[in-house]
Design a protein around this ligand. Structure first.
Ligand code: IPD
Ligand code: CA
Ligand code: CA
Ligand code: CA
Length: 281
C-alpha cells in the first residue's frame, strides 16, 4: 500500500503509531484520572489524561515533522467556536495535524468503553491522512487520500442501505446546550421515526469510523469542532461514503454541523434534518 512520505518518513505510519501509542496509554490510565475539570459548560469535561495524551501526540509528531503545525483540542481556549478561531490563524500553514487526544471524554470519565484518539493530517486545508483508534476494541481505522480506508488491513466499504427505514443512524448530544443540543434533539425527533434506529454512543470520531466500516449508515451532529470530524471525514469518503455539512454543502475543515453517510441515504437524511429545521443553518 503506497504512502505519503517526506524525507523518507510516511505520514500515515507516524499517524498510526502515534494514535496507537496514545490510545494504549489512555486505556492504561482508564479509571485512574485524578483531576476532572469543567470547560465551557457542565457537559464539557477534561481530565489530566486528555492533556497528557495530547502532549504525547504533539511530541511524537514534532519528533518526525518539527516544522508541521498541530491543532489539538486541549491546546486551544475552550468554547463553541474553539476550532474555528484557531483554524483562522493556521489556515495558511502547509501541513496541519488536527488532533483529538480523547474523543469521548464523558465516556472515558464514566468507564464506558467507547472513546477514541483521532489524528488527521491536512495539506493546504485538505485532509490527506485520517486515523481513528479505539483502544478498548483495539480497532485502528486508517485512510489515505485516494488510497482507500482500512481496518485491520482490510479495505472498508460503507453500508449498502438505500433507505433510512433500513438504516442504523448515529448522532451526538453536544456539550453546547444553548445552541447545538436543542437542534440535535429536534433532529432526533425527526429522524427516529424514519430510521430503523438511532445510536448516541458518545464519540463523534468513532461514529464516523463506524459509518466507514458499514456498521452505521449515517451520522450527523450539530456543533462539532474540526478535531472531532477531520480524520473521520476521510475514513468515510475513502470508504465510498459522502461527507457534507448538514445543509448538504461540501466538507471543509471549517464544518461544524456534519453529515456523513454511506452516500445512498445522504439526501433522505439531509432533507429530513432540513424539513425539521435542525441543520443549524
Ligand atoms: C465530544 C464527543 C461527543 C460529541 C460531542 C464532542 P470530546 O468530544 O465527540 O460524542 O457528542 O459533541 O464534543 O469532548 O469528548 O472530545
Ligand atoms: Ca472535549
Ligand atoms: Ca471530540
Ligand atoms: Ca477530546
Amino acid at each position: 500500500k503506497p504512502t505519503f512520505t517526506v524525507g523518507g518518513k510516511s505520514f500515515t505510519a507516524v499517524a498510526i503509531n502515534t494514535a496507537a501509542k496514545a490510545g494504549e496509554w489512555i486505556k492504561l490510565k482508564l479509571g485512574t484520572h485524578e483531576r476532572l475539570t469543567l470547560k465551557s459548560t457542565p457537559h464539557d469535561l477534561v481530565t489530566e489524561v486528555d492533556k497528557g495524551s495530547e502532549t504525547m501526540i504533539r511530541n511524537l509528531i514534532k519528533t518526525h515533522f518539527p516544522h508541521h503545525t498541530i491543532l489539538g483540542e486541549e491546546g486551544v481556549a475552550p468554547g463553541a467556536d474553539a476550532s474555528a478561531k484557531a483554524l483562522e490563524t493556521m489556515k495558511d500553514n502547509e501541513y496541519l495535524w488536527i488532533v483529538d487526544p480523547i474523543d469521548g471524554t464523558t465516556n472515558y470519565v464514566h468507564g464506558f468503553p467507547f472513546f477514541s484518539v483521532s489524528i488527521a493530517l491536512a495539506h493546504r486545508g485538505e485532509v490527506i491522512v485520517g486515523v481513528v483508534y479505539d483502544p478498548c476494541g483495539d480497532e485502528l481505522f486508517v485512510a489515505e487520500k485516494g488510497k482507500g480506508a482500512y481496518l485491520k488491513g482490510k479495505r472498508m466499504q460503507v453500508s449498502g442501505e438505500a433507505k433510512l427505514s433500513d438504516s442504523l443512524i448515529a448522532t451526538g448530544f453536544p456539550a453546547d446546550s444553548d445552541f447545538a443540543l436543542p437542534l440535535n434533539l429536534k433532529g432526533v425527533q425527526a429522524v427516529a421515526p424514519k430510521a430503523r434506529n438511532i445510536r448516541v454512543a458518545g464519540s463523534a470520531a468513532l461514529h464516523m469510523a463506524y459509518v466507514a466500516a458499514g456498521r452505521l449508515s449515517g451520522f450527523w451532529e450539530i456543533g462539532l469542532n474540526s478535531w472531532d470530524i477531520a480524520a473521520g471525514s476521510l475514513l468515510v469518503s475513502e470508504a465510498g461514503g459522502r461527507v457534507t455539512d448538514t445543509s448538504g454543502q461540501p466538507y471543509t475543515l471549517a464544518v461544524r454541523h456534519v453529515l456523513a453517510t454511506n452516500g445512498t441515504v445522504h439526501d433522505e437524511l439531509q432533507t429530513t434534518l432540513s424539513e425539521a429545521g435542525a441543520t443549524g443553518a
